[in-house]
Design a protein around this ligand. Structure first.
Ligand code: FDP
Length: 407
C-alpha cells in the first residue's frame, strides 16, 4: 500500500497476509507541510523499501492531517482500497456520535443512562448505551453499502444479528462499547472494529454452532469466521480524556485524536511503535491464584524485580480493554486477560476483541498470544468464542511465551 502524506513517502514492505502489496510512491506533495532537507527517500524512494520502515516522521510534519485526508490519500494512491476507505468515513462519523452519547450519558436528563433491563445472550447486563452504540455503528456501516455481511459482535447487546447488504465485499465485526461496565463511573470505554474481505452474501444466525447450522449457514459462517491473519483493517476508538482512533490497514498503526473544536480526527501519532521493553503489567490480579503456573511465575518475577529485565514492574489495570491496550501501545507494557482455572479461555472474545486488537498490537511491533499460540492465527469456531490473551511489549511478552514453552 502506498501512503503519500506530505511528500511521499511510506514505502513499506508488508510482512503478513493482512497487508496489501507494497509499492513505491512518488512525491505528490498533497499536503503542504515543511519539507526537511533532501533525504534518501527523495533521492531514491526504493532505498526506503529495503528498510521496511515508514518514514513519515523523518520526512515531513504531519500536523493537521485529518482522518478524512489520510483516507483520501490512501484511496487516491491505492484505488483498490477505495471501498475500504469509505468504511472509515462511516467509522469516523460513528465514533464522533458515540463520543457524544458516552459523554452525555451521565447527565441526569440523559435518556441513555442506566440499564436496558435485559440480559444478553451471554448472561451479561445490557446497558442502554450498549444498544445505542450498537445501532449507531451498525447503521453507519450499513449505509456505506460496502458490506457483504455485517456481523454484529457486541458482547453486551442482545442485538446480535447478521445484516445482509447486497453484492459488496467486506464484513465488519465489532464490539461497539467495550468496557461498558465502567461507563457509569466515567471510566474510559472504547469501540473495537475488525474488517475482513468477504465474497458471499448470505444470511446466518450468529448463535448457530456445528450441527445446529444449516448447510448454507455453515458455509457462510465459515467464510465469516476468519482468523485475524485475514483482517484487512482494524481500528479502535477510545472514549477518555480525549477521543482517540487508532487504525491499521496492515501497514503500521496511525492514531488520530478528536479535535472537538473542528469536529475532526487529527493525526496525533504516526506509525506507532510499542516500546520493546517495559515495566508495566495490566491484568485483573484478583484472578492471580487461578492463573497457569508459568504466568504466575513470570508476574511474580516482575513484581519482585527478579524477571528477565531485572526491573521491578508496576501495575496499571483499568479493566477496559481499549484503554489498557492504548496505554500499552504508547507507554509499553503487557496487557492480558489470561485463562484461569474457572474460565480456561479467559474473558475476551476472539473475533471482535482479541483478533482486531492483536492486529493493531502486531502492526505496532508488539506480540499478541494466548501464551501458547499467536492469537491472529486462530480461526474462530463460533461468533462469541473466548480466548486467553497476553499482548504488548515484545521482550516482556516473550518472557511469558518462553515460560509456557519451558513448562
Ligand atoms: P466489560 O466487561 O466491561 O465490557 O471483555 C470486556 C471487558 O470489559 C474488557 O474491556 C475488559 O478488559 C474486561 O472485560 C474486564 O474484565 P474484568 O472486570 O473481569 O477485569
Amino acid at each position: 500500500m502506498k501512503f503519500s502524506l506530505c511528500v511521499l513517502v511510506a514505502v513499506v514492505a508488508v510482512s503478513s497476509t493482512n497487508a496489501f502489496t507494497a509499492r513505491t510512491s512518488s512525491s505528490r506533495g498533497m499536503i503542504s507541510t515543511k519539507l526537511h532537507s533532501t533525504t534518501e527517500t527523495e533521492a531514491n524512494p526504493m532505498a526506503r523499501s529495503k528498510s521496511k520502515q515508514p518514514v513519515f516522521d523523518e520526512v515531513c510534519e504531519t500536523t493537521g492531517v485529518t482522518l478524512t485526508r489520510f483516507m483520501n490519500e490512501v484511496a487516491m494512491l491505492n484505488p483498490e482500497l477505495r471501498e475500504l476507505t469509505t468504511l472509515f468515513g462511516a467509522i469516523d462519523t460513528a465514533c464522533k456520535a458515540m463520543t457524544n452519547v458516552v459523554k452525555r450519558s451521565q447527565l441526569p436528563s440523559s435518556e441513555t443512562l442506566g440499564y436496558q433491563g435485559a440480559v444478553n445472550i451471554q448472561g451479561e447486563d445490557q446497558k442502554k448505551l450498549d444498544v445505542i452504540t450498537n445501532d449507531i455503528l451498525k447503521r453507519a456501516l450499513r449505509f456505506t453499502g460496502r458490506l457483504g455481511v455485517d456481523l454484529i459482535g457486541t458482547a453486551n447487546s442482545d442485538n446480535q444479528e447478521i445484516v445482509i447488504e447486497e453484492g459488496e465485499k467486506y464484513v465488519a465485526v465489532f464490539d461497539p462499547l467495550d468496557g461498558s461496565s465502567n461507563v457509569d463511573a466515567g471510566i474510559p470505554t472504547g469501540t473495537i472494529i475488525g474488517i475482513y474481505e468477504h465474497s458471499d452474501n448470505c444470511e446466518i444466525d450468529p448463535e448457530c454452532i456445528g450441527d445446529e447450522c444449516t448447510e448454507l449457514e455453515a458455509q457462510c459462517l465459515a467464510n465469516t469466521l476468519q482468523p485475524g491473519t485475514n483482517l484487512v483493517a482494524a481500528a479502535y476508538c477510545l472514549y477518555s480524556s480525549s477521543t482517540f482512533m487508532a487504525i491499521t490497514l496492515g501497514n503500521g498503526v496511525y492514531m488520530f485524536c478528536l479535535d472537538e473544536t473542528i469536529g475532526e480526527f487529527v493525526l496525533s501519532h504516526a506509525n506507532v511503535k510499542v516500546p520493546a521493553d517495559c515495566n508495566i503489567y495490566s491484568m485483573n490480579e484478583a484472578n492471580f491464584d487461578k492463573w497457569d503456573a508459568p504466568l504466575k511465575n513470570v508476574v511474580k518475577g516482575w513484581r519482585e524485580g527478579t524477571g528477565k529485565s531485572g526491573e521491578r514492574f508496576t501495575s496499571r489495570y483499568i479493566g477496559s480493554m481499549v484503554g489498557d491496550v492504548h496505554r500499552t501501545l504508547l507507554y509499553g507494557g503487557v496487557f492480558g486477560y489470561p485463562g484461569d482455572t474457572k474460565n480456561v479461555n479467559g474473558k475476551l472474545r476472539l473475533l471482535y476483541e482479541g483478533a482486531p486488537m492483536s492486529f493493531i498490537m502486531e502492526q505496532a511491533g508488539g506480540i499478541s498470544s494466548t501464551g501458547k499460540e499467536r492469537v491472529m492465527e486462530i480461526t474462530p469456531e463460533y461468533v462469541h468464542q473466548r480466548i486467553p490473551v497476553v499482548m504488548g511489549s515484545k521482550n516482556a511478552v516473550q518472557e511469558i511465551l518462553d515460560a509456557y514453552a519451558a513448562e
